[in-house]
Design a protein. Structure first.
Length: 159
């Protein structure tokens, strides 16, 4: 009589499940890191877009006869778009843009945490070499993007 039993042993099943669990864990960890990097990049892209918009408004005059300066005031959890050469918290035309939870604005080197684009030219008002960066980072500091603005208001990003 022939013994035709087929199947897997318990040891083989445990080994295969262990390998599958390890691979699944690595994939999940990789996806979480990618999502975190994408969120920092997205926040950074939004800030760069808002900087360009403020500069364009300053260059075009945004409907004002004499033109206005436009700027951005930075705080750790948000930035505020404003009109004029100085930030005033009392101005009702200010527009606040919050940063996603878990991320923050850090290493703000602009004087008084303020970036102002001059009317008509769009150049950075009161430009000071070495005081032209702002950084967006996640809460544990593993994903960082630094935004630099030159004298003429040209914005560049570094990962």
């Amino acid at each position: 009589m022939k013994n035709n039993q087929s199947g897997f042993t318990l040891v083989e099943l445990v080994v295969v499940m262990g390998i599958a669990s390890t691979l699944f864990g690595l994939v999940i960890f990789s996806l979480i890191n990618q999502q975190r990097h994408t969120s920092v990049s997205s926040s950074s892209d939004t800030l760069v877009s808002d900087m360009s918009s403020q500069q364009n408004k300053a260059m075009l005059g945004a409907g004002a006869i004499n033109g206005n300066s436009y700027g951005i005031y930075f705080q750790s959890d948000k930035y505020i778009l404003f009109t004029g050469s100085n930030y005033s918290s009392q101005n009702t035309t200010n527009f606040t843009v919050p940063i996603d939870p878990g991320y923050s604005i850090a290493n703000i080197t602009f004087p008084n945490n303020t970036l102002v684009f001059s009317a008509r030219t769009g150049e950075v008002s009161g430009f000071s070499s070495g005081k032209t960066t702002v950084t967006i980072r996640d809460s544990d500091g593993t994903k960082i993007e630094t935004i630099t603005v030159n004298r003429y208001g040209v914005v560049t990003k570094e990962n």
